[in-house]
Design a protein around this ligand. Sequence first.
Ligand code: G
Ligand code: G
Ligand code: MN
Ligand code: NA
Length: 254
Amino acid sequence: VVLEYELRKALEKKQLSVYFQPQLNIQSGAVLGMEALVRWQHEQLGFISPGEFIPIAEENGLICQIGEWVLREVSHHISLWQTEGLQVPSIAINISPREFINVGFVNTIQSIIKETAMNASNFVFEITESIGIDQLDGVIKKLNALKEIGIQVAIDDFGKGYSSLNYLKHLPIDILKIDKSFIDGINDDVNDYVIARAMIQVAHGMGMKVIAEGVETASQIEKLKQLECDIMQGFLISKPLPADLAASFLRNND
Ligand code: G
Ligand code: G
Ligand code: MN
Ligand code: NA
């Protein structure tokens, strides 16, 4: 109740910020991307987790304004970093179903990209299985429109929800992100291992790249290397970083 009001204020008063979590090539360690993750520092309440406020924003529709703000903010940082001479990898942005289903979604994205003079190939949009399998035709059309602009599409938290393989079969997806729950058990739980292996095989067979989410141990990296997973992301490599530290990360890994 209060949070909704506070969140509106936070957007106006610029109390939100974007953090960036690096995504590395598993074999070479090169930085291939970073995921943008929104953060909220409240004056009195302190840090409020996106796990808490994103669902509220999805419910009251504020997520659409947050999403536009995140895209502008990310664009701003990309410009700055490029000016500093940094090699900026693609930046992944989480898109909620509520944003995606908006009639004007693609147009809004297109005009922000134009207005901020960005190259669309700087962006990967992460969608989840909850995007709506019942309106598959509409989803496909929109994803194709995004891809025509030059934006890549990743399917996030893969394996956690429903209709997973049906999504892969029908949607124009470039990157599959294996949900952290499978990575957690990849060394100790044979089911997690076998499922992760199958997901990587299926994705590669369909020409997709694979990102392992939530990598926390060196032995997970070893397993993922064996399975020829492409990209890793997780606390072992780096937690999500504020923009200045993300820039340092890019500089140090150049
Ligand atoms: O950063 P953290 O792992 O705590 O994020 C929690 C959840 O909030 C994740 O599901 C993540 O996808 C979501 N999230 C973080 N930033 C954004 C954002 O900018 N937009 C949307 N729609 N979701 C986000
Ligand atoms: O739903 P989505 O995959 O977008 O959420 C990403 C969330 O996962 C972010 O909130 C991020 O902080 C969190 N995250 C990223 N790497 C790790 C990790 O290695 N361990 C844990 N516990 N969380 C992680
Ligand atoms: Mn994500
Ligand atoms: Na995820």
